[in-house]
Design a protein around this ligand. Structure first.
Ligand SMILES: Nc1nc2c(ncn2[C@@H]2O[C@H](COP(=O)(O)OP(=O)(O)OP(=O)(O)O)[C@@H](O)[C@H]2O)c(=O)[nH]1
Ligand SMILES: [K+]
Ligand SMILES: [Mg+2]
Length: 437
């Protein structure tokens, strides 16, 4: 019997008994959905059975389906693969779908969904069409010269359009890598002198004992990473070895790794211990510098946030405020907080400010619906831009070379979306000029 006999309407949920085709046994009662191609996920006819989740029901139904000719279990990712082959999804949408399955935070989900729904595809396809259009005109000029079939100044128009596109793509690439950072997590590194409480801070934020804490300076050697969700932002927080000169080869290797991690990170947090800073009134006079070891001072710059830890060990806050002010002035650090990893003092304010800092840095760019999320996109876009620049540098008499650059530019975009098809050029060409006369 065909599906019509069961009165299953396309895209409508039908509640049915599900029977074994040979034995006629009732296997389950569930929802049957039919999506006729091409308006389905893969573009092919698709039937979905929504059944109860027990092993016996699932196995029974799989066994029954197995009786059908041509039936087999799908391979991993096969539906997405078919959707791609049937042009239902492009490469960026597939990537978005994969990211959606892996999204850990609200922002990652938003970004992935945007991409899965064609945010990037629309933009890149649109740019590629523009290039192909320009290429078609250029090729027509090459083949036929600027005769009566081709508008006067057609090439000037091409140059104008390519210049515009070059500017648009340049702007698009100037995104501070926000999409890539949010997709893979914001790298935040904790650095500072030994025993400042760096590992204690990491553990407190991670809410588990991820790193070893002890009163022995030089405890941490390897970089210890945890992932956090800070106000929807995925953060990869790293604890590092305390910075100091030492004769211990292993400790110095740790210091080297700490410095390398700081270089890589998007946000630096330098943790200092209030119990080691000269808080008393004599030494806090202006002529003395705050006693921060030069090896630590080196890593503090205008992008560094300073945390003064062990606030529980110093009385009052007035001396702290003056100190924070001096550290900001002396080191150029961006902002200074005081906290206690032991009592949790000051932690709320610090975390609230951190979320604001992340927002200030990323929120605006995240509003862009076509944010680049992978190095692959960036690489091809940069190549595309190079080809457009090359086209614009080529003198008009070398138009044949120019056309080749446009072809390269279109291919670079095609590589992002996974559809390099130069035959399109011919279609565009025939569509626009009456060459066939
Ligand atoms: N009183 C007090 N002690 C703290 C605080 N934070 C950390 N400590 C103590 O300071 C000592 C060093 O802490 P760690 O977290 O191991 O310091 P670290 O910066 O990771 O040290 P290294 O890995 O050796 O560089 C430990 O004995 C902690 O218990 C704090 O806020 N107040
Ligand atoms: K320690
Ligand atoms: Mg440590």
């Amino acid at each position: 019997m065909t599906k019509d006999a069961y009165n299953i309407k396309p895209r409508r949920a039908s509640f049915r008994r599900i029977l074994h085709p040979q034995t006629g046994h009732v296997l389950d009662r569930g929802i049957v959905l039919f999506f006729p191609g091409p308006n389905s996920f893969t573009g092919e006819d698709i039937v979905e059975l929504h059944i109860h989740g027990g092993n016996a029901v699932i196995n029974g139904i799989l066994e029954a389906l197995n009786e059908l000719p041509y039936f087999r279990i799908a391979e991993q990712g096969e539906f997405a693969r078919r959707a791609f082959d049937n042009d239902k999804l492009d490469l960026t949408e597939l990537e978005g779908l994969a990211d959606l399955l892996n999204a850990e935070t609200e922002l990652q989900r938003r970004l992935a969904l945007q991409q899965a729904e064609g945010g990037l595809r629309h933009v890149f396809d649109h740019w590629r069409e523009k290039i192909i259009h320009s290429m078609a005109i250029t090729e027509a000029v090459i083949d036929f010269g600027e005769d009566e079939n081709i508008e006067d100044g057609a090439l000037d128009e091409v140059i104008k359009n390519i210049k515009e596109l070059r500017d648009t793509i340049t702007q698009h690439l100037d995104d501070k890598h926000v999409g890539e950072i949010v997709r893979s997590g914001v790298q935040v590194a904790i650095v500072g002198p030994p025993n400042a409480g760096k590992s204690s801070l990491l553990n407190r934020l991670a809410k588990r004992e991820a790193a070893i804490v002890s009163d022995i300076p030089g405890t941490t050697r390897d970089v210890v990473e945890v992932t956090l969700n800070l106000g929807g932002f995925p953060v990869i927080l790293s604890d590092t070895a305390g910075l100091r000169e030492s004769d211990d080869r292993i400790e110095m290797e740790g210091v080297k790794r700490a410095k390398a991690r700081v270089e890589l990170s998007d946000i630096k947090i330098c943790l200092l211990s209030l119990s080691n800073l000269n808080l008393d009134s004599e030494s806090s006079e202006q002529q003395h510098n705050v006693n921060i070891d030069p090896i630590v001072r080196q890593v503090i710059d205008a992008d560094t946030y300073v945390l003064l830890n062990k606030q529980d060990m110093v009385p009052g806050t007035s001396s702290f405020l003056a100190l924070a002010d001096r550290i900001e002035r002396e080191t150029g650090a961006r902002k200074v907080w005081s906290i206690s990893c032991k009592t949790g003092q000051g932690m709320d304010v610090f975390l609230r400010d951190m979320v604001q800092i992340l927002k200030a840095r990323f929120d605006q760019s995240l509003a862009n619906p076509a944010l680049i999320t992978q190095a692959r996109h960036r690489q091809h876009l940069e190549q595309c831009l190079e080809s457009l620049e090359a086209f614009l540098d080529i003198p008009v008499q070398d138009i044949v070379l120019g056309a080749e650059e446009l072809r390269q530019a279109a291919n670079s975009l095609g590589r992002i979306t996974g559809r390099i098809d130069v035959e399109n050029v011919l279609d565009a060409l025939f569509g626009q000029f009456c060459i066939g006369k």
